[in-house]
Design a protein around this ligand. Structure first.
Ligand SMILES: CC(C)(COP(=O)(O)OP(=O)(O)OC[C@H]1O[C@@H](n2cnc3c(N)ncnc32)[C@H](O)[C@@H]1OP(=O)(O)O)[C@@H](O)C(=O)NCCC(=O)NCCS
Ligand SMILES: CC(=O)OP(=O)(O)O
Length: 329
């Protein structure tokens, strides 16, 4: 059974309520209806009701099994309740006026539904850029215990090849400590996706072949990751160049003593530039399917999509989000 079929079996019939803030997007609406019809998810779709009904007619979709919430017409009672909960959650950082303004935005509204337990997860980002999609989650849902930073990983898949790439989505300029945390989070994500992790801490240097602050950061990150997760110490190595990480012959020449080089399946990039560019090259030129970004380290499941996502990508990310939500029940 493929991993996705396994996730589908787990979530089927579990009535997991996921909120889709971008209900007037064709890909999102089609995906949500499909997920509902297969009994994989109970979708809550945000958007103007008339626009969603018109779109469903155009696409010949039945809305019988989805809940539509127009955030402009929620009752005064519910609005007051949500403002109060948001202000409380922000612990003095956000006043009522700002809370009211934030809740006019579908991503903040959807995130609050998750935070308040009215939904178990959220899938957004097919229309909104990543910053606008994840900022509400960073501010309102926050990190899970044990995580200091949230990061974004992609599962890269082609045939029976499956890799984890991170951070490709969130942390723009990382220090060694953050890179170490991303390595540990990514090893955990790999296990969820049936990958026995071998984590390469990527650089333009292999085992000190180049010098400089960027190389030292990756070396330091490798050391910290091994200290923070001693159970993974043998499965994390760096600094490694990408060729040394994946090609056995190159690994034998550049890093003969490494237990990871030549066999890596989890790639931790030293910056968002390299991570985001790297996954898109593998996707667009390498023919890999990119599933994600899967947000790692959040207290409740919220998933961002690439704006280049297809309807099938939305379905897949929603299935993963539902599986994460189910694991939290
Ligand atoms: C994620 C991102 C939007 C956060 O930026 P920001 O809103 O300017 O962040 P701020 O520093 O103002 O922080 C806002 C809140 O989020 C928290 N936060 C920011 N980054 C975080 C992270 N990686 N993990 C956990 N919390 C984080 C901050 O602590 C802060 O919390 P507070 O309001 O309770 O104090 C920003 O890092 C970003 O744009 N990243 C790149 C996204 C992107 O375009 N990716 C490429 C395409 S996928
Ligand atoms: C993850 C990512 O790169 O998202 P987008 O393509 O929406 O910027």
């Amino acid at each position: 059974m493929s991993l996705f079929d396994q996730f589908k079996t787990e979530i089927k019939g579990q009535k997991i309520r996921l909120v889709f803030p971008e209900g007037t997007d064709e890909r999102v609406l089609t995906a949500a209806v499909e997920l509902a019809q297969e009994d994989l998810v109970n979708p809550i779709i945000l958007g103007e009701k008339e626009a969603i009904v018109a779109l469903s007619k155009k696409l010949q979709l039945s809305l019988n099994q989805v809940e539509i919430v127009d955030i402009k017409t929620v009752s005064a009672d519910q609005r007051v309740k949500m403002i109060k909960a948001l202000v409380e959650r922000r612990k003095g950082k956000t006043d009522e006026r700002t809370a009211e303004k934030w809740l006019q935005d579908e991503n903040y509204f959807g995130t609050m539904l998750v935070q308040m337990g009215a939904a178990e997860g959220m899938v957004s980002g097919a229309v909104h850029p990543t910053g606008d999609t994840v900022r509400p989650a960073l501010q309102l849902i926050k990190t899970a215990p044990g995580s200091r930073r949230i990061s974004g990983a992609f599962i890269m898949q082609k045939g029976d090849q499956r890799f984890v790439f991170a951070d490709c989505a969130i942390n723009i300029d990382i220090d060694a400590e953050t890179m170490a945390q991303i390595a540990i989070q990514s090893a955990h994500t790999a296990k969820i996706f049936g990958i026995k992790p071998k984590v390469a801490m990527l650089s333009f240097s292999t085992k000190g072949s180049a010098k400089g602050a960027q190389v030292e950061k990756v070396q330091e990150a490798t050391k910290i990751a091994k200290e923070l997760a001693p159970e993974l110490a043998e499965q994390i190595d760096g600094d490694l160049q990408f060729d040394a990480a994946v090609v056995e012959k190159v690994a034998n020449a550049k890093a003969p003593d490494s237990a990871v080089a030549g066999q890596a399946n989890v790639f931790v990039f030293p910056s968002l530039e390299s991570g985001n560019i790297g996954y898109k090259i593998a996707q667009r030129l390498g023919g890999f399917e990119a599933i994600g970004p899967i947000l790692q380290g959040l207290a409740k499941p919220v998933s961002d999509l690439s704006r280049g996502a297809s309807k099938d990508d939305v379905v897949k990310v929603a299935i993963i989000t539902a599986a994460q939500a189910l694991a939290q029940r």
